[in-house]
Write a protein that binds this ligand. Structure first.
Ligand code: C5P
Length: 413
């Protein structure tokens, strides 16, 4: 399931309760799914778990004090509230539930809750009598009526020695609820613009074998292509992803074909070009060793020269034979970005090229964000500010859907 929360910003509010230690496990489970986690603690929470624990697990600064935050952290409380895709409060004490129900904002946690427009999910944890108190029950009902989600506590022996309801839900249960909520969110976010369409995407690096144990490759992580595949499926397209070796798992609803070398990728693409939209994000090796040794190459005295030969340019080959397909390529450049990208667009017979300067911070390999310019075959350029790759993916697909309907306004292909 790794990667399912890639690019999602989850703010986790931790309040004062012994269950706070379980939230450390919650953070590490969310990180394993590639979420960005920002922990906010109340003053009481610090009595149970050290902020350093959450800081180390989340790899983000932990905010505790409203007035200290702007000096020590570049994301202020309003910015953090805006950044959140989901606000989770676990454990949620009776006190914080009461403050939320009343709209009180007297510390960093409750202020960000009030300021956020993200969905809110709470995992209550408290003594049984406090949980069953009509006041807490009323506060929870108020919050539920306002759309706040709940992961109900379980029953058992509580830290105070009592037996009964009030134990915080297990971290995995909370994770499951988060994944469910965010999946629904991201789907409802996206118009079903590509219903009934077929989309083909290439992603990741290729590996060009030198011998049975060595290969030539590059730093591509596949994040951009996988984000496009995920968004295409969410927009209703039948989506195929031809992927070089990466660490990511196949997005839901996407048919993934795994390949190793450029020649494997070429074959996997060319075997079926009956797609409406073809988007090539793969960082395909331009060259491969002229011969792949069947045995491990032995060390020799002095230098070793490798002879390389050209790989097929998959995008160029598709451009040569394309008919109705909207064909989109990427141009990762380090200088003269627009000129080089525009030249590639023409040479490869593309409908659009997505140009990015990989030397700019927040763009290129491995990053969760990208800074891109679209250039279409009519020469129109559209430059974007830095965006999450998931947002870049949506923008590309919306543009591709436009290009498709311009080419075939009545949708006959
Ligand atoms: O010419 P350049 O490698 O910069 O072009 C980049 C674009 O071409 C990307 O969309 C990439 O996926 C594609 N490409 C390809 N096959 C290659 C080289 C690049 O499909 N051998």
């Amino acid at each position: 399931m790794s990667g399912v929360l890639t690019g999602k910003n989850i703010v986790l509010g931790v309040t004062g309760g012994i269950a706070a230690y379980k939230s450390a496990d919650l953070v590490s489970r969310l990180k394993k799914l590639d979420a960005n986690v920002y922990v906010v603690m109340t003053a009481h929470a610090k009595a149970f778990v050290s902020p350093l624990t959450f800081q180390s697990l989340s790899q983000n600064y932990v905010v505790e004090d409203m007035f200290e935050a702007p000096r020590t952290w570049d994301v202020e409380h309003i910015a953090l509230a805006k950044l959140a895709d989901l606000y989770v409060i676990a454990p949620a004490s009776a006190n914080v539930l009461a403050k939320m129900a009343a709209g009180i904002a007297d510390d960093f946690l409750t202020t960000t809750i009030l300021a956020t427009q993200a969905p809110i999910l709470v995992a209550p944890a408290m003594n049984t009598q406090m949980y069953l108190s009509p006041l807490t029950q009323r506060n929870m009902k108020t919050l539920q009526d306002l759309g706040v989600g709940f992961v109900a506590p379980g029953s058992g022996r509580l830290a105070c020695g009592d037996e009964g309801i009030g134990k915080m839900a297990e971290p995995q249960q909370i994770v499951d609820e988060i994944v469910k909520l965010l999946a629904i969110e991201s789907e409802s976010d996206l118009p079903r613009l590509l219903e009934g369409k077929r989309v083909l995407i290439t992603a990741g690096p290729t590996r060009e074998a030198l011998d049975p144990v060595r290969y030539l490759t590059n730093h591509s992580t596949g994040k951009m292509g996988y984000a496009i595949a995920e968004a295409a499926a969410a927009m209703g397209a039948e989506t195929k992803l031809v992927s070089g070796p990466v660490e990511l798992s196949a997005p839901e609803g996407v048919q993934r074909v795994k390949v190793e070398s450029a020649r494997d990728m070429f074959e996997a693409v060319m075997c079926d070009l009956n797609y409406d939209i073809i988007i090539m994000t793969a960082a395909v090796a331009d060259y491969r060793p002229k011969t792949t040794q069947t045995q491990k190459i032995k060390k020799v005295e002095g230098d070793l020269t490798l002879e390389l030969t050209r790989n097929p340019d998959i995008l160029f080959e598709v451009g040569k034979v394309k008919t109705h397909q909207v064909l989109i390529g990427f141009a990762a450049e380090t200088e003269h970005v627009i000129e080089h990208a525009a030249a590639k667009l023409r040479k490869k017979n593309l409908d659009m090229i997505v140009a990015n300067d990989v030397t700019v911070a927040g763009a290129g390999f491995g990053s969760d964000t990208n800074v891109v310019t679209f250039i279409t075959s009519d020469g129109v350029q559209t430059a974007f500010d830095q965006m999450e790759k998931s947002e870049v993916a949506k923008a590309i697909l919306k543009k591709a859907a436009d290009l498709l309907s311009e080419a075939d306004p009545v949708g006959t292909s």
